[in-house]
Design a protein around this ligand. Structure first.
Ligand SMILES: Nc1ncnc2c1ncn2[C@@H]1O[C@H](COP(=O)(O)OP(=O)(O)OP(=O)(O)O)[C@@H](O)[C@H]1O
Ligand SMILES: [Mg+2]
Length: 274
């Protein structure tokens, strides 16, 4: 079953204010899983750490990044031109199955401090009018609740929260879902939480099993199935800048988890469009 609706892209912000929970891994692997289903995918690196860009980058350094797009036009008070994201779109290395991306860079950190009016709307404006080019736009957000995460949530149809099944992370989920509700109320009424990806799950340990159950008790079907297993091959693939699917049996269960999560997101998006 293909994901092609050939309408306009569904914009998904992958968020959590806690660092290191697996947001970038989720963006990379969901992009792959959606591309395997025939979808046209744009991955946007909205994190100044630019880990997504490092993974996807072809040999040549990008000419323009999301920072250039969001810095806007200095002659117009830093206003972001509608549709200007297109100036920074790059095709990823062919091993990433035709996924396109918008690079990030460390200078994006300065955009957190910008005081320009309408700064919450910057990513939305940059995407405006271009969404017919893709089926999905996945935004990798920083591990903080600053202007870049807010701007991504204002641009998004859906938020996907990434967490681990441990106490500190589960507490963080309540905080990010409250933020999503606030953004929905003030800036983006169509924003919905598509689901919570539980990453790095160790089914053999009692503590994570307990915290996974707590998440299921609190958020019900919003906790996407299955939890993504904790596998040493994931950081290896990450450091070798290679899709997980290239590692065969060592990563098969992780790849399968992302395929199932992608299928669930496609189903949610279809329901939302009816
Ligand atoms: N399922 C997994 N099993 C094992 N390791 C994982 C898994 N998912 C992610 N990791 C590893 O955990 C580390 C953090 O993951 P990742 O960079 O995706 O998280 P992040 O939330 O984007 O972090 P940051 O806050 O740095 O942006 C990486 O080394 C990654 O390879
Ligand atoms: Mg990251």
């Amino acid at each position: 079953m293909a994901t092609r609706h050939r309408g306009i892209a569904i914009v998904l912000a992958v968020v959590n204010q806690k660092g290191g929970v697996g947001r970038t891994t989720v963006v990379l692997e969901l992009a792959q899983a959606l591309a395997r289903r025939g979808a046209r995918v744009l991955a946007v690196d909205a994190d100044p750490q630019a880990n997504l860009t490092e993974a996807l980058e072809p040999a040549a350094a990008p000419e323009l990044t999301l920072n250039d797009v969001l810095a806007g036009d200095p002659d117009r008070g830093g206003e972001v031109a509608e549709g200007s994201i297109i100036d920074a779109v790059v095709v990823a290395d062919p091993q990433w199955a035709g996924v396109e991306y918008v690079p990030g860079e460390i200078a994006l950190a300065s955009r957190e401090q910008d005081q320009v009016p309408g700064r919450e709307l910057r990513i939305r404006r940059a995407l405006a009018g271009q969404l017919g080019l893709w089926d999905w736009v996945l935004i990798d957000c920083p591990g903080s609740l600053g202007q870049l995460t807010i701007s991504a949530l204002v641009a998004a149809d859906y938020a996907v929260v990434v967490t681990e099944a441990r106490k500190a992370s589960v507490d963080g989920v309540a905080s990010i879902t409250a933020t999503i509700t606030t953004i929905k109320r003030h800036f983006n009424p169509r924003l919905e939480l598509a689901g919570i990806v539980v990453n790095r799950h160790d089914e053999n340990r009692a503590d994570p099993r307990l915290w996974l159950q707590t998440l299921r008790d609190d958020y019900g079907p919003l906790v996407l199935k299955p939890a993504v297993p904790d596998r040493e091959s994931v950081p290896r693939a990450y450091s070798e800048r290679t899709p997980l699917a290239h590692y065969g049996t060592a990563t098969a269960d992780v790849v399968d988890a992302f395929d199932q999560i992608a299928a669930a997101l496609v189903a949610t998006a279809r329901k939302g469009r009816k």
